[in-house]
Write a protein that binds this ligand. Structure first.
Ligand code: UD2
Ligand code: MN
Length: 573
C-alpha cells in the first residue's frame, strides 16, 4: 500500500490534532509564539496519559516522554530573543551587524545578544507530550563537529542539548573541532566547557572535513546510540527520547528530528510544515517534499506519525553505534562537505535499514546561504567529486542519470580515488540494487523528463533524420513530420517512441532497435568536439575506442559512423 512508502509502523501514534502556524524551510517560515512552552508552566497537559504508563509488551515499563526543560523558567524573561521571538538590530548597530554577518553567514551580532540558554516555544504537534517511551531507552553520545563556529551559537547548541536531554540518557557530548582557526575555540572553549563534565572536546590537528571529523568523534563515543548534530542548532523540548525510542524498537534504523528554522536574519525560532519527507532530485540534490494532501486524507495520517524518507538531510540524526560501524560508517574518502547524507541514506536503505523523520522530535537549525568556512579545494568540485563517488558505488546503471544531469562531469570526469573498499563493503553487506531502492523506497521519484526533444538536423546537409518503417533515412527537415521527432533522454538514448537509434543497425549502418533496458552501447553523448562550444555538437558513441561519431556520408548522403573530426559539419547535429 502506498502509505508504506510514507510512514513507518505506528507504534508512536497517539492523541491527534494540531494547532499553531507552521512554515517551510524555503523562505516563508513564520515565527511562532509559544503556545505550550509558556514560562514556568510544565509542558504537561490536563487529561493526558499518566506519568508512568505501566508495562510494555516485553515486561519493560514505559513512561510519558519527559518534558524536562530547565529553560522554561528562564533567568531573564525580558532578554532579547527569549522564547524564540525575533530580535531587531538596534538602530546604531546596523553597520556592525552587516560587517559581522560574514563571521557565520547569519546575524552574528544578534546571536551574541540573546541568551545562550534561551527558552524556545515547544513546537511539537499536539499529542507528542502524551506519548509513551520505554524505561530502558539506550544512552546516546551527541557528536557535534564544527569549524570556526560562532561562539554564542556553539554555546547555545551545547546548552540546548544539556538542558533539554534527560541526564541519564546523555552519556556524553563530544565536540569535534575540525582544526578551527579562531582563537576563542581553543583554550577559551576548553575552559568554558570544563564546567560540564559530560562535554568532551577533540581538537583535530588538521582539517578533515565534517565527514572524517564525525568519524573521529564516533570512534571515541561510548553511548549505545550516536546522535549527530550541527553546531548551530537548538534542541527543542523532549527532542531526544522519541529518537532513542525509534532506535530501540528497531536497531537498523536512522531516526531524524524535524529540522526547524532559526532565522539567519532575526534569530527567531520558526516551525515548519508537517508531513514533509526528505527526497532528492537529480543530480542528487537534497530537498523536502510535502506528502500529497490526498495521501494524508486517504490514510488518515496524523501529524505525530513517523515519516519514512528516501534520504535524510544529513546533519541531525540518531543511529545505533554498532549498527553504524557494521554499515562501514561513512565512506571516509568523502571530503569536507556534501554527499555524505546521500551515501549513508542509500547504504542504509539498500542494505536492510530504514530512515525516518520523527515528528515529536524537533531541533532548530540556522540555514545559511553559503558555507562560512573555506574549502581546502574548490567547493563545487569537492561536492561533485563526493557525489560522483556515491554514484559510482551505489547507483549501478542509474549513475548515468546522475551524470546526465551533471553533464559537464561526463566531459571532465573527476579523479575519484580508490573505490574498491566501498564496492567490497556493498558486496559483503549483500545490499539491494539501486533499482530495488527506486521501486521500494522512492517509487514517486519523478520519471525524469527527456533532456531535449525535436529534430536531429545535420549541419552539413541541413537534412533531418527520419524513421521509415524500422530504418533510418535522411529527409528535408519538417517540424510537423512526426517521423522526424526524437527524444534525447537523460540516459543519453536517442528515442523515437519505443525505438532507439543504435550505432549499428541491421545493414551495418546506424539503425533502430526496440529500447529494452539500458546499455552503454546504446548511449550517445551529445557534445562539442571543438574548442569553440558555439559550434554545433557531435553525437558520439562513447563506449567505442576510439570514440565514433554519427555522420552523413558526403557522397552517399547516408548515415554512417566514423572517426570524429572536430570541424566537420557533416558530423554536427
Ligand atoms: C547540510 C547538513 C550538514 C551536512 C551537509 C552536507 C543539516 C541541517 N545540515 O548542510 O550536516 O550533512 O548538509 O554535507 O542537515 N563542518 C566541519 N568541517 C568542515 C565543514 C563543516 O566540521 O570542513 C561542520 C560545520 O561547522 C557544521 C557541520 O559540519 O557544524 C555541517 O556543516 P554546515 O552547517 O555548513 O552544513 P549545512 O547545514 O549547510
Ligand atoms: Mn548546518
Amino acid at each position: 500500500d502506498s502509505v508504506g512508502n510514507f510512514t513507518g509502523s505506528q507504534e508512536l501514534r497517539r492523541v491527534l490534532g494540531s494547532n499553531g502556524t507552521s512554515a517551510t524551510r524555503t523562505g516563508t517560515a513564520v515565527p511562532r509564539t509559544p503556545s505550550r512552552g509558556t514560562p514556568g508552566a510544565a509542558a504537561v497537559e490536563p487529561g493526558a496519559a499518566p506519568e508512568h504508563g505501566g508495562q510494555g509488551a516485553a515486561g519493560i515499563g514505559t513512561h510519558r516522554v519527559l518534558a524536562m526543560d530547565v529553560t522554561l523558567a528562564p533567568r531573564d524573561p525580558q532578554a532579547p530573543g527569549q522564547f524564540g521571538h525575533p530580535v531587531a538590530v538596534p538602530e546604531d548597530k546596523q553597520e556592525e551587524a552587516r560587517s559581522r554577518w560574514k563571521e557565520g553567514n547569519f546575524n552574528v551580532l544578534l546571536s551574541d545578544l540573546i541568551p545562550v540558554d534561551r527558552a524556545i516555544a515547544d513546537t511539537r504537534p499536539a499529542g507528542c507530550s502524551e506519548q509513551q517511551v520505554h524505561d530502558d531507552l539506550p544512552t546516546t553520545t551527541v557528536i557535534m563537529c564544527f569549524v570556526d563556529e560562532v561562539w554564542s551559537t556553539l554555546l547555545r547548541s551545547v546548552h540546548s542539548v544539556l538542558s533539554r536531554s534527560p541526564p541519564s540518557l546523555l552519556r556524553e557530548l563530544i565536540l569535534v573541532d575540525d582544526f578551527s582557526t579562531k582563537e576563542y575555540l581553543k583554550e577559551k572553549l576548553d575552559a568554558y566547557m570544563s564546567q560540564f563534565p559530560k562535554v568532551k572536546i577533540l581538537h583535530l590537528r588538521e582539517r578533515h572535513g565534517l565527514i572524517r571529523a564525525r568519524l573521529a568523534g564516533a570512534r571515541i563515543a561510548r553511548g549505545t546510540v550516536l546522535t549527530f548534530l550541527d553546531s548551530h542548532v537548538e534542541c527543542n523540548v523532549g527532542w531526544l527520547e522519541p529518537l532513542l525510542e525509534r532506535v530501540r524498537l528497531q536497531r537498523a534504523r536512522v531516526a531524524c528530528p524535524v529540522i526547524e528554522v532559526i532565522s539567519d536574519k532575526d534569530m527567531s525560532y520558526m516551525t515548519v510544515d508537517n508531513f514533509q519527507r526528505g527526497i532528492f532530485t537529480w543530480p542528487m540534490n537534497f530537498g523536502w517534499k510535502q506528502i500529497p494532501q490526498e495521501v494524508i486524507e486517504k490514510n488518515k495520517l496524523k501529524e505525530t506519525d513517523i515519516i519514512r524518507c528516501p534520504v535524510m538531510a544529513g546533519g541531525l540524526f540518531s543511529i545505533e553505534r554498532k549498527y553504524f560501524f557494521e554499515l562501514g560508517t561513512y565512506d571516509s574518502g568523502l571530503d569536507v562537505w556534501g554527499g555524505e547524507n546521500m551515501e549513508l541514506s542509500f547504504k542504509v536503505w539498500m542494505c536492510g535499514g530504514e530512515i525516518e523523520i520523527v515528528p515529536c522530535s524537533r531541533v532548530g537549525h540556522i540555514f545559511r546561504n553559503d558555507n562560512p568556512y573555506s574549502f581546502p579545494k574548490d567547493r563545487v568540485r569537492t561536492v561533485e567529486r563526493n557525489l560522483a563517488r556515491v554514484a559510482e558505488v551505489w547507483l549501478d546503471d542509474y549513475k548515468e542519470l546522475f551524470y546526465g544531469h551533471a553533464y559537464h562531469l561526463l566531459q571532465r570526469r573527476p579523479e575519484l580515488g580508490d573505490l574498491s573498499q566501498q564496492m567490497a563493503l556493498r558486496d559483503r553487506l549483500q545490499c539491494h540494487s539501486f533499482r530495488w531502492y527506486l521501486q521500494n523506497v522512492y517509487p514517486d521519484l519523478a520519471a525524469p523528463p527527456v533532456k531535449a526533444s525535436g529534430l536531429l538536423m545535420n549541419v552539413g546537409t541541413a537534412r533531418c533524420i527520419a524513421v521509415q518503417n524500422t530504418t533510418l533515412a535522411l529527409q528535408a527537415c519538417d517540424v510537423n513530420n512526426k517521423a522526424q521527432h526524437f527524444n534525447y533522454t537523460w540516459l543519453r538514448l536517442l528515442r523515437h517512441g519505443e525505438l532507439c537509434v543504435v550505432p549499428v543497425g541491421a545493414a551495418g549502418a546506424p539503425g533502430l532497435r526496440p529500447c529494452t533496458g539500458w546499455e552503454s552501447s546504446l548511449a550517445w553523448r551529445h557534445s562539442s568536439m571543438a574548442a569553440r562550444p558555439e559550434l554545433a555538437e557531435h553525437l558520439v558513441v562513447q563506449h567505442q575506442h576510439p570514440p565514433a561519431c554519427l555522420l552523413v556520408h558526403r557522397v552517399l548522403l547516408a548515415l554512417r559512423l566514423g572517426a570524429c573530426t572536430a570541424t566537420d559539419r557533416y558530423q554536427q547535429w
